[in-house]
Design a protein around this ligand. Structure first.
Ligand code: COA
Length: 172
């Protein structure tokens, strides 16, 4: 397994990993018809736009690759919350692995690489948002030094409401 910066050529693979990870991780947490309707081809243009906006090391995507295939990714950018100063606070916008890669230390390696990059980029703190019901991810974050900072939000952008919890950690 190796971790490297994503390139625009990874758009399709990233869309596939994202959809497969959503479908497995959010079963029972998100309406099933939404999960069934997720389509990597439809999400590919969004990935192409995101990858074109890479501004390494302050904004970008790391991929975990095994046997030449993308098996996971972590995306980072300046924090987008109104109460955060994006000059000093970063956001881990997403970290997703293919379901068969879970629980083998790959997420930990990706997170370590992302945090090292953010520290090197000059950020002092990082935040992320996680579904309140995503117990596996919350346990993972807490083991990796993140804590729930008490801020929550309801995201209704998909036609149903997802409650998310903000986590935070120092990069010192
Ligand atoms: C959440 C996710 C990225 C975690 O990656 P992972 O590779 O499965 O996790 P790891 O194998 O690296 O972590 C394994 C264990 O080490 C722990 N761990 C992780 N980082 C650690 C650290 N820095 N120090 C000590 N322990 C750590 C984890 O808590 C976990 O312990 P557990 O098995 O007792 O729960 C992955 O499971 C995933 O893709 N899940 C689905 C998508 C998702 O929910 N993404 C988050 C959206 S907000």
């Amino acid at each position: 397994m190796r971790i490297l910066q994503a390139t625009p050529a990874d758009a399709q693979a990233l869309a596939e990993v994202h959809v497969r990870s959503w479908q497995a991780a959010y079963r029972g947490l998100v309406p099933q018809d939404h999960l069934d309707g997720l389509d990597p081809a439809a999400r590919r243009p969004g990935w192409e736009r995101w990858l074109a906006g890479t501004a390494w090391p302050r904004q970008g995507t790391l991929v975990a690759e095994a046997d030449g295939r993308v098996i996971g990714f972590a995306g980072v950018l300046p924090a987008r919350d109104d109460d955060a100063d994006g000059a000093t606070v970063a956001e881990v916008a997403a970290i997703y692995l293919t379901p068969e890669s879970w629980g083998r230390g790959i997420g930990r390696a990706l997170m370590d690489a992302a945090l090292a990059t953010l520290t090197e980029a000059g950020y002092r703190e990082a935040v992320l948002w996680v579904l309140d019901a995503n117990v596996r991810a919350r346990r993972f974050y807490e083991a990796a030094g993140w804590h729930d900072d008490g801020v929550t939000k309801d995201d209704g952008s998909r036609g149903f409401v997802l409650t998310e919890v903000r986590y935070r950690r120092s990069l010192a």
